[in-house]
Design a protein around this ligand. Structure first.
Ligand SMILES: [Fe+2]
Length: 334
C-alpha cells in the first residue's frame, strides 16, 4: 500500500470491507478452524415398513409420468435441510408398479441402488439393460444415461443413493433429459459391471476373510471405479456378533439387506430389520450387534475421505456393544 493510500479516511475494517476483504484475526461467529470434527448432521433411522406404506400410497396417487422418479427422500432431521441424508450423500426409497417406466436422463451425480423387493424391474444404463432383482446392488455412474422399467407382476421397491450434496458443494451439476424420453435398449445382459447380483455378493462374502479389526465384520468392497465419491461395501454379521466400537471420518449410510439387530450411533439406539436405513454422520461413535444372521450394505464417502487424506479412525474398544432389548421394540427417535 502506498503512503498516500494510508492517509485516506476510513478504518481498516471499512476499507477492507469495501474491497471484499475480512481481516482473518477478527472474531467471527463460526471459526475457520476447530479442534475436532463435528458433523452438522445427526444419526437417524428410517423404518422400511413405515416407508413402504407411504410408497404404496404414492403409487396410487402419483404416476411415473407426473413424478419422473417416484421416490421419498431421507432428509437428515436438522434445521433447513430439504435433501441431504448425510453431508455428502442423499438416499431415497423408490417404487415402481408393474408396467411402469421411469424416463431416461443423465446427471453429474453418481448413483447406486440397493434393490429390496423386485422381480422384473430393470435398468437401462447407457443402452445396456440389466435386471434389478431383490438383493442386487446396481450402479449408475455420473453422466450415464439411465432409466428404469418394470416387467414383473408385483410392486418393486429399492433404495437410491447419490452424491448430490457433494455435487452441490462442488457445483458441477448438470442434468439432461433423454431426447427420446426412453433410451433404446442396445444390449440385454445379466452380467454387467453396473450390477452386483445378490448370489455373487453372497458368494463373495463366503470367500471373504474375517475382519481382523473387529470393527466392521466380514466385509467385501464392491468396485466403483467410475464413481469414486461413493464407497460401497457389504458386510455379514452373524447372529450374536458385536463389533468393537469406533468412530471414523467417513459418513456412512447402512441399508439392512438381511437380518435384524441393534446399533448405537452417537446417542441414537436403532433396532433395525430388513429394509431399514440408518445413518452414522462422520465421527459418530458406532456400535453394532446382530440379533440374527445379517447382511448390511454400507454406502459411504470413505474413499473420498481417504483420497483427500482426511480419513482417520479411532478405536473405542470392546464393552460398548449395545444389548438387544427385543428388536420389535421401537428404536430411538430421530
Ligand atoms: Fe437419475
Amino acid at each position: 500500500m502506498k503512503p498516500s493510500q494510508l492517509e485516506e479516511p476510513g478504518t481498516l475494517a471499512e476499507r477492507a470491507e469495501a474491497l471484499h476483504l475480512l481481516p482473518g484475526w477478527f472474531r467471527r461467529p463460526t471459526p475457520l478452524l476447530w479442534r475436532e470434527m463435528r458433523s452438522q448432521c445427526v444419526p437417524a433411522h428410517w423404518r422400511y415398513q413405515e416407508v413402504r406404506e407411504c410408497l404404496q400410497q404414492a403409487a396410487h396417487e402419483v404416476s411415473t409420468e407426473e413424478a419422473e422418479r417416484r421416490n421419498l427422500i431421507m432428509c437428515n432431521p436438522i434445521p433447513d435441510n430439504d435433501h441431504a441424508t448425510l453431508r455428502t450423500l442423499i438416499c431415497a426409497y423408490q417404487t415402481m408398479l408393474p408396467g411402469e417406466k421411469a424416463k431416461s436422463h443423465r446427471h453429474s451425480p453418481h448413483a447406486m441402488r440397493v434393490i429390496l423387493e423386485s422381480q422384473g424391474a430393470y435398468s437401462i444404463v447407457d443402452g445396456h439393460k440389466h435386471p434389478m432383482a431383490s438383493g442386487d446392488i446396481v450402479l449408475t455412474p455420473g453422466g450415464s444415461w439411465h432409466g428404469h422399467g418394470h416387467e414383473g407382476s408385483e410392486q418393486a421397491y429399492w433404495l437410491d443413493g447419490l452424491d448430490v450434496p457433494l455435487t452441490h458443494l462442488l457445483e458441477p451439476m448438470f442434468y439432461e433429459p433423454h431426447p427420446d424420453h426412453w433410451e433404446r435398449v442396445a444390449q440385454e445382459t445379466a452380467h454387467s459391471p453396473m450390477r452386483f447380483a445378490w448370489a455373487d455378493t453372497v458368494a463373495a462374502l463366503d470367500r471373504a476373510e474375517d475382519d481382523p479389526t473387529g470393527h466392521f465384520g466380514t466385509t467385501i468392497a464392491l468396485p466403483t471405479p467410475m464413481m469414486p465419491t461413493i464407497t460401497l461395501k457389504v458386510s455379514r454379521w452373524p447372529a450374536n456378533w458385536s463389533n468393537r466400537s469406533y468412530r471414523h471420518t467417513a459418513n456412512v449410510i447402512y441399508v439392512v439387506m438381511r437380518g435384524s439387530g441393534r446399533s448405537v450411533v452417537g446417542d441414537l439406539e436403532v433396532d433395525w430389520r430388513f429394509g431399514d436405513t440408518f445413518v452414522a454422520p462422520a465421527w459418530s461413535r458406532v456400535s453394532h450387534h446382530a440379533a440374527e444372521d445379517s447382511v448390511i450394505c454400507s454406502i459411504s464417502d470413505e474413499q473420498l475421505m481417504r483420497w483427500t487424506r482426511y480419513y482417520r479412525l479411532e478405536d473405542l474398544g470392546q464393552g460398548q456393544t449395545p444389548r438387544i432389548r427385543g428388536v420389535a421394540a421401537a428404536s430411538g427417535s430421530r
